[in-house]
Design a protein. Structure first.
Length: 342
């Protein structure tokens, strides 16, 4: 995996040996992004509490700091060593946030304000913030970056507020970019099985049954390695293209029922899967357009959701994941509860 396969490296300047700080780099996306950054020649520092374990490679160009984003002194030292910052750290998704809303606010929002101040006062030149496509709320039609933000939950509301803080406080000398990812799926060293595509694959592989709640809701998803390529594309891009830009990043938008049917079809050669449909009060539905990042950076997801399903199914089949449905390691909520964090 490299930026080359999205057509970036040939036309945009390569910044070899630059120091990238990945805050929250021990998480699901970080466990794929950090090795990719190292392969591209970046010197990487990861700042993370590692609540879910450490799944990063041994590499002379990787520095690991086990720290809390609310520890301003420790975080300031890491920011001071960076040329670029990618901010992934948060209590991720609505159910995890709702376990302890005060904790979620302190990590996802309160800590973000001093972080932006640190970045402004440092030598950091680029700042990439991982927001969420959920900031749009429920919208009719296709949603691009020009649409209004009407978040439905505290998790998405604080994502929106962090975007506002960045726009208001980053200062003119920082090249900042906001990424609004679709739901990431597929296999990673720090695996999550509490997001929709991964839930479906784990249930189908382990139980032979998929329970679909509702079914008509649209869910944008993206293969985890395509998500990594999007971050690389932004880092490689000239500042005048990505500065003060916001990008939706997703693949095709599928209904929940379609995703379940895709899972059944992808796994057909491995086992028979039964679909069970139940009613749902969850009305969240997102039809998100990622045309802007395609136009600006020639970024197009290459792998597809079916490949994410196959990758994860292979990992389960080969025993890379232990008891995927019940193991708390693969669920943010269960891990936070088991460790007494929430």
């Amino acid at each position: 995996m490299t930026s080359k396969n999205v057509g970036i490296k040939e036309s945009f300047e390569m910044i070899n040996g630059e120091r990238v700080l990945v805050i929250g780099g021990g998480g699901y996306v970080g466990s794929r992004l950090v090795p990719a950054l190292l392969r591209e020649g970046f010197v990487v520092e990861v700042y993370d509490l590692f609540w879910y374990g450490k799944f990063l490679p041994d590499d002379p160009n990787l520095r690991i700091i086990q720290g809390d984003v609310r520890d301003e002194a420790l975080l300031r030292a890491s920011v001071g060593r960076a040329d670029s910052v990618i901010h992934l750290a948060c209590i991720s998704n609505d159910p995890s946030f709702e376990l302890d809303s005060a904790l979620g606010k302190s990590i996802n929002y309160d800590s973000f304000i001093p972080l932006v101040e640190m970045v402004r006062e440092s030598n950091v030149r680029r700042f990439v913030y991982a927001s969420s496509s959920s900031v749009y709320g429920v919208k009719e039609g296709v949603v691009d970056e020009s649409r209004s933000l009407e978040p439905l939950t505290d998790y998405s509301r604080f994502k929106m507020l962090c975007e506002q803080v960045l726009a208001e406080r980053a200062g003119p000398d920082i090249c900042w970019t906001v990424i609004r990812p679709a739901t990431v799926c597929g296999y990673a060293p720090r695996q999550r099985l509490d997001v929709i595509v991964n839930i479906f694959v784990a249930q189908a592989m382990s139980q032979g049954v998929l329970t679909v709640f509702g079914g008509e809701q649209l869910r944008p998803n993206i293969h985890i390695d395509d998500m990594v390529d999007a971050y690389l594309a932004v880092l490689f891009a000239p500042e005048d293209i990505v500065n003060r830009k916001t990008y939706n990043v997703g693949d095709l938008n599928h209904s929940v029922l379609t995703l379940a049917g895709m899972t059944k079809e992808v796994l057909a050669s491995v086992r028979e899967v039964e679909l069970k449909i139940q009613s749902s009060t969850d009305n969240r539905s997102y039809h998100v357009s990622s045309e802007r990042i395609k136009e600006d950076l020639s970024f197009i997801p290459r792998r597809g959701i079916e490949k994410a399903m196959r990758d994860l199914a292979t990992a389960i089949y080969c025993g890379a994941l232990i008891d995927p449905v019940n193991n708390p390691l693969y669920s943010n909520i269960k891990t936070l509860q088991e460790k007494g964090i929430c």
